[in-house]
Structures are given as structure tokens and as C-alpha cells.
Design a protein around this ligand. Sequence first.
Ligand code: SF4
Length: 288
Amino acid sequence: MKTGKMKSENFNNFNKYLEKRIRDTVEKYKLIKPGEKVAVALSGGKDSVLTLHILNELRKDFNFDLLAISIHEGISGYRREGLKIAEKNADDMGVELVKKFFKDEFGFGIDDISNLYKSACIPCGVLRRYLLNKTAYEIGASKIATGHNLDDEVQSFLMSFARADFRKFGKFGPKSRKIHPKLVPRIKPLWNIPEREVGIWAVLNNIGAHFAECPYSHMSLRSKTKDFLNKMESEEPRTKLAILKSFEETFKPEKTTPKLYECNKCGEPSSSGVCKVCELLDEINEVI
Ligand code: SF4
């Protein structure tokens, strides 16, 4: 009996600890202003589900509107399951969920074109970011909240660093700036929460989150970077947090954020005359 009570106290303490850290991030970096409309990018994975749960708690105190967007990339046996979980969580909280499908928007899913690229993540990432932003803009969201955690952030930072892709540095940090009227700024309430803690939260609270790995994830540079960082962390604990802190101390967003224009073909925000999405679609439509 005592053990059961202790366990439930531990759960509650862990939940409070996690919520406090995320609340502190929202406050410290002023991620949300009163009256805003925040769209959670809800994949059904543990990170996006935690983001939805916490923002649903915070909306009472911070006074903002909350909804969610789910994107189905057309990856069989993977995304459908995630989408079901996204629907259930949104339903349970009474949050409106907007669903978008690659097939409807582009005429193909990732499974149809995965063999055209060294990694399926190349087209998938570009097209998903585009569709998420376009949807958020169309429904009048003023922020997109993503489930990026500490591990994701440090992996992305190292990958861009290793490629000398300094323009991407503007995407790091807990929030992005509004650099184009059609580009909805992103916020990352979990940006300093280790992935392990998100996993513990999902298991302890028996949250129906999608834990499966995308069948294409092994093809990505991210997966190799993740293994490398996990090895470093197991040998030198707190390495990931130290990288995040180093980045925060040295990062100058105004020097690395690219100027954006409108794509000559589709009119969406672009750092060059024709955006990456139109380039990709031209390439793909030539061969399918
Ligand atoms: Fe898309 Fe790659 Fe993520 Fe799979 S792992 S959902 S292919 S970006």
C-alpha cells in the first residue's frame, strides 16, 4: 500500500518538475503572448503529445487559443498509427485538429518517391515544413509549437555545424523571429528537456503516444548524429546540455537569419528566386 502511494507521489513530483521547467521556458523566452493562436505540430509521437498536454494546461494561465495540425506524409504502416494517437489526444482535450495529407497537396506520398533520393528525409522534411507553415498561415495561427526536445536541438545544431550550413542557425533556439509575413514563427517549449525525460513522462502517465520509428529514419544523418551524441552523453553526462548552452551563449540570430522573399512560382516565403519546394516538385514530377 505504502509502495503504491510512494509511486504515485513520485509520478506527481516528476510531472510537476517537468511542467515547471516547460512553463519556465515559456515565460523566460516569452514564447506566447496573450490572445495568440498557437498551432501544435502534432505527429502523435511522445514529444508533440507532451507539447499539446502542457500547452493545454498553460492556456488557462497564459490566455491563448490552442489547436493542432497533423501532417500525413504517406509512409505506410507508420504515420497512420501516429495520426490515430494525435486524434485521440486532441479529442480528449477538446482541441481542434487540422489534418493534411501529402497525397492531396502534392499528388504523391513519401513511399512513392523514396527511391529517388539518398534519404527519404530530404524531400519529406522540406515538404512537411512547407505544408505545416502554409496550413498554420491559412488558419490564422500566430505561432507553431513543435515538440523539438534537447536531443533534437543539439542534433540539428551539430548537423548544420558539420555542414557549415550557417543559414540554418537562425532556426535554433526556443523561438524563431517573424522574418516574413507568410512565415509563421515557431516555438519549442521542450527545447531544454532531454528526450529521455519525455519518454519517462509518456510511460509514467500511460499516455498513448506513438513510439515507433519511421522506417526511413535509419537513412538520415540525424540517426548517425543521434548515436554519436548518445555515446558521448553516456561517457560524459550532461554533454548535450553543455552543447545547448554553448550554442545559446555564442548564437547571434540576426547574423544567421536569411532574408526571405516570395517564390516566383508559388509565392511562398523563399531565400532565393524559386523555393526548395518548387525545385523538388519539378524534379519529382519529371520522373513520376
Ligand atoms: Fe520523414 Fe525522415 Fe522523419 Fe521519416 S524520419 S518522417 S522520412 S523526415
